[in-house]
Design a protein around this ligand. Structure first.
Ligand code: ADP
Ligand code: GLC
Length: 485
């Protein structure tokens, strides 16, 4: 397989500083639904710190960022999807305030809405976005060194670059796909084949998976390199990948697992403006106490008792459907000795059940159903334990934020959680369990409670966790090496 791959090194060896174009549906702080936004908001900044020129191209949603910053128009054109012509304009934020150039693709009628995903015309929206971005790049007088796409929303780009007539002159630009989550693939029917710019129909097989057009599968086939966001996830997706297992095994030769980093400037407990008291490894005890007291005051909890928390999307992948039963059991069994606080949104049935617990255990349990960036920082800073009973976790950033804020992670041994959390029983700092089950998580909470009673041990663990370096410095360089392979 490898013998047939274009040799990236040959193309890139003459460059030292590379121009890298990231294309993504999310990028913090412009638009974030989950960890994809965090990664695309940080990786380019760290690549630039290494001396490269990394840029981000994403849709222009109706976001605060769009209204609160100044932009210049770098491209004005039209994009045709099916029989509709949409006006497309690309805006560059003028000051480089994010540490990289950010380009927002404004497509009237498709992206002038608040939400990122979840619309019935998402296929049309993201195809239009990808075509507009490539039409713009096709006009440049030079070619970027790498086009790096993230997840299925930008997964048709490697195919389009390699096969569509109008981008033929760009076909030698190396492409890298990062799979943040293989559960979501963006499939749609063959009746939408005419959405694509013209290409030789002999190549339609590069779009196909399971009798549908599958953007993630197409990217896995067409990208020059494929990465996953942790090494363990790369191992796992050959066995469990929502139908793509065979393809991923087949393309394993060009695939590499690179553990995500975290943006240690945004997530810095010493300087974090969203928390009531900043702290570092030396001042963790007083810092944790102040932040916990404030959090417990706001949510009517008891700051003298251990505080267990969950932050995240309330979906099956995260094991969120089991949380209500896990919490009812833990609260009943602990006899008033623990607190629980949840921050999340998603499945409405799970949301309702999580809200319901408040009526039975007021003063010991609370839930904030919704998305709240500042509150997430306050919880990482004020909690004692963070639960992540994920069924699937390609990397997971929450556990790394928890470590940085001295909060002990309780995680299922899966994907990136396995790569970043070592159990206290193995000389580590976290609590790990093997299954996403009410029993396993309940048992883990019991172990955490025991640990909490040994405050000297807790203090030692907190200091140790805060010294672990999960900054992007290492992984940003790994991506550069991959571009040059
Ligand atoms: P995923 O991307 O699968 O949702 P990650 O662990 O990679 O999981 O990243 C989740 C990111 O989203 C973290 O930054 C986390 O703090 C944030 N987050 C998730 N849910 C919420 C919420 N309800 N409010 C604020 N932040 C949230
Ligand atoms: C996805 C994954 C998550 C990962 C994030 C960033 O949303 O579900 O595990 O941390 O992408 O790569």
């Amino acid at each position: 397989m490898l013998n047939h791959l274009p040799n990236l090194k040959q193309f890139l060896s003459e460059y030292y500083f590379m121009e890298i174009i990231h294309l993504s549906a999310e990028c913090y702080p412009v638009a974030k639904v989950g960890g994809l936004g965090d990664v695309v908001g940080a990786l380019p900044k760290y690549q630039n710190k290494l001396g490269h020129v990394a840029k981000v191209v994403m849709p222009a949603y109706n976001s605060k960022f769009l209204y609160e910053n100044e932009f210049e128009t770098v491209y004005d054109g039209w994009v045709k999807v099916a029989s509709t012509n949409y006006q497309a304009r690309i805006l560059r934020e003028k000051t480089n305030k994010l540490g990289f150039d950010i380009f927002l693709v404004h497509i009237a009628g498709l992206f002038d809405r608040e939400g990122v995903y979840g619309y019935s015309d998402d296929t049309e929206r993201f195809i239009a976005f990808q075509i507009a971005a490539l039409d713009w790049i096709a006009q440049w007088e030079h070619r970027p060194d790498v086009v790096h796409v993230h997840d299925h929303h930008t997964g048709l780009i490697p195919f389009m670059l390699g096969n569509c007539n109008q981008y033929r002159h760009l076909s030698q630009i190396p492409t890298v796909l990062t799979i943040h989550n293989a559960q979501y693939q963006g499939q749609f029917g063959w009746d939408k084949l005419h959405y694509f710019p013209p290409f030789d129909l002999i190549n339609t097989n590069k779009l196909d998976w399971d009798n549908a057009i599958n953007p993630l599968a197409s990217a896995i086939k067409c990208a020059w390199r494929v990465t996953t966001v942790s090494p363990s996830y790369l191992e796992e997706i050959s066995h469990v990948a929502n139908g793509l297992e065979g393809l991923l095994s087949q393309e394993r030769g060009k695939s590499i697992g690179v553990l995500n980093g975290i943006d240690t400037e945004v997530w810095n407990p010493q300087k974090d403006k969203m928390i009531v008291k900043g702290f570092n490894a030396r001042t963790i005890e007083s810092g944790k106490k102040a932040n916990k007291e404030e959090l417990c005051r706001v949510f009517n909890l008891d700051s003298t008792k251990p505080l267990f928390t969950f932050i995240g999307r309330l979906v099956g992948e995260k094991g969120a459907d089991l949380l209500p039963d896990i919490f009812y059991n833990a609260l009943a069994q602990s006899d008033g000795e623990i607190n629980i606080l949840v921050l999340g949104s998603g499945d409405s049935h799970v949301e309702d059940r999580l809200n319901e617990i408040t009526h039975h255990y007021a003063g010991r349990y609370n839930a904030y159903i919704g998305y709240n960036e500042a509150l997430s920082h306050q919880i990482y800073a004020g909690a004692d334990f963070l639960l992540m009973p994920s069924r699937v976790e390609p990397c997971g950033l929450n556990q790394m934020y928890a470590l940085r804020y001295g909060t002990i992670p309780i995680v299922r041994r899966i994907g990136g959680l396995k790569d970043t959390v070592i159990d206290i029983g193995d000389g580590g700092f976290g609590i790990c369990h093997d299954q996403t089950s009410v029993w396993d998580v309940g048992h883990a909470i019991g172990r955490a409670y025991e640990l909490y009673l040994d405050q000297d041990k807790v203090k030692e663990i907190r200091r140790y966790m805060m010294s672990i370096d999960h900054s992007w410095d290492n992984s940003a360089q790994q991506y550069i090496d991959i571009y040059q392979m």
